[in-house]
Design a protein around this ligand. Structure first.
Ligand code: UN1
Length: 494
């Protein structure tokens, strides 16, 4: 199947189907039912047979987390730092093996997957430091004589963490690590398409000497496991990354019982290319941002907004680059873009592409299903020329599909960039410092990128957006404390 010899050797050790069980109250548990996850590069290969919970099994995990909360929230910062550091070290030491598992289960290329595993390890190490530094606090004089006031941060309690399939290790890491660092106990529900990755992470966490119940893994459907987490009065906060539709349902359900919520949802991120840009750099940013990871990132640049004088040259160069990309098995050396994650998503992508042509967007390249030596969900990256009101320019597709919008000038480009219900990330390619600075200030998003792809972020700074993209406090970096802690104000008559 063209998989190179290094990968073939490594595969020998892990070719057996993984048996992934729940981790509840410090014990490995079988599920009420079982499910299978398959390799999207080769659907004949089953990656995991995994446990699936119903409501009552999920409730056991929630109860365990609630019982463990008083203990874990009072452990010393040193203990929490040591636990997180140990988890981070093990992930880093096993990054190749974890990357291989991820490439098999999610379909991102092996180098991308190994890089993501390393990122997950570094995230745990960063939050080991955060456990020591704490969420911050202040002491002030009261308005009343002789009285002192302090403001401290305490753990939220039990948090339910619901994660997507597209970053099977990094996103769980950037929720689990700050949750534990700040003294919360966790019930973690990974996406149904990537249970083996969730299980592998839980297996590493299970060996880090956490008190039983502080960390629990429960796999299964959103309807059973996710809904139970969202509805349980014992769950103090829900952090979710996924679709806008699910995020809105979670928000409404959590609001009814006053639970804290953090949502990371969709994006339709613009990459503006101005006439003064380094065009090679701009094409690199577009290829990276729109198509790598098969476009399956909420930070993907799916709207390429190009100033008229360089529009045609940009499209020609981009088309040229797309034609040279290698689409194939995620483990094959040299693959630029792996498969789409599953047949449902592939069908959705192809339907969006057909709809784009029907609504009159001009097809430039790709968007075809591809046959390879193995049976996988392969498709060529798609590029359209679109008008701003067309759906291909408005709806998040979550696949390797991008469109180019023509802008008359910088002001027009900025208007187009902001003309979207989403507000996660916005990029600009320009050599003008004043344009870049103006764009950074006026793009209505949570993150801006200058001469960089919109996708690909650091873990030590805040991550998140505005409008339909996000809700609640930012993730990652020091700002993670805003979600994972609650503020207490104390008054003392000295
Ligand atoms: C990145 O671009 O490095 O689901 C991270 C997503 C985002 C993470 C993107 N929550 O695509």
């Amino acid at each position: 199947m063209g998989v190179d010899s290094y990968t073939r050797r490594t595969l020998k050790r892990s070719e057996l189907t993984q048996n992934a069980r729940h981790y509840i109250n410090g014990r490995w548990e079988t599920g009420v039912t079982t499910g299978l996850s398959e390799n999207p590069s080769d659907t004949r290969e089953t990656v995991a047979e995994y446990a699936r919970a119903d409501r009552s099994q999920t409730e056991l995990a929630i109860r365990a987390a609630a019982d463990a909360a008083p203990h874990w929230s009072h452990t010393t910062p040193q203990r929490r730092a040591d636990v997180l550091d140990q988890i981070g070290s093990e992930i880093l030491a096993r990054r190749e093996e974890l990357g291989l598992l991820m490439a098999r289960e999610e379909g991102k290329t092996l180098p991308e997957a190994v890089g993501e595993a390393a990122r997950a390890g570094h995230i745990f190490k960063f939050f080991a430091g955060e456990a020591l530094r704490g969420g911050g606090g202040e002491t002030l004089a009261s308005l009343r004589p002789g009285v002192q006031v302090d403001v401290t941060r305490e753990p939220l309690g039990v948090v339910g963490l619901i994660t997507p399939w597209n970053f099977p290790l990094a996103i769980p890491a950037w929720k689990i690590a700050p949750a534990l660092a700040h003294g919360n106990t966790v019930v973690f529900k990974p996406a149904e398409l990537v249970p083996a990755c969730g299980w592998a992470l839980a297996e590493i966490i299970s060996r880090a000497a956490l008190p039983a119940g502080s960390f629990n893994l429960v796999m299964g459907s959103g309807r059973e496991v996710g809904q139970t987490l969202v509805d349980s009065p014992l769950v103090d906060g829900i952090s979710f990354t996924g679709s806008v539709e699910t995020g809105e349902l979670i928000l409404q359900a959590a609001a009814r019982r006053h639970a804290k919520v953090q949502l990371e949802m969709g994006g339709k991120n613009p990459l503006v290319v101005l006439a003064d840009a380094d065009l090679d750099r701009a094409v690199d940013c577009a290829v990276q941002g729109a198509y790598f990871s098969t476009g399956q990132r909420c930070t993907a640049s799916s709207r390429l907004i190009v100033e008229a004088p360089v529009h045609d040259a940009f499209v020609v160069r981009l088309r040229h680059r797309l034609a040279a990309l290698k689409i194939g098995h995620a483990l094959e050396r040299g693959t630029d873009i792996g498969p789409v994650v599953d047949r449902v998503q592939l069908a959705r992508n192809l339907a969006a592409i057909a709809a784009a042509s029907e609504e009159g967007a001009e097809h430039v390249w790709g968007g075809e299903p591809l046959q390879r030596a193995t049976q996988g969900h392969f498709m060529s990256p798609a590029l359209f020329l679109a008008r701003p009101e067309q759906r291909v320019a408005r709806d998040e597709i979550f696949g390797p599909v991008a469109c180019v919008l023509r802008a008359d000038d910088y002001e027009h480009a900025l208007d187009l960039a902001n003309d979207t219900p989403f507000g996660l990330c916005a990029g600009i390619c320009t050599t003008s410092l004043s344009r870049a600075t103006h764009f950074k200030r006026h793009a209505r998003v949570g993150m801006t990128m200058v001469n960089l792809p919109t996708a690909g972020v650091d873990y030590h700074v805040p991550f998140g957006g505005r409008k339909a993209s996000s809700y609640g406090p930012r993730e990652q970096g020091r700002h993670a404390a805003e979600f994972y802690t609650t503020v207490k104000t104390g008054y003392v008559l000295a």
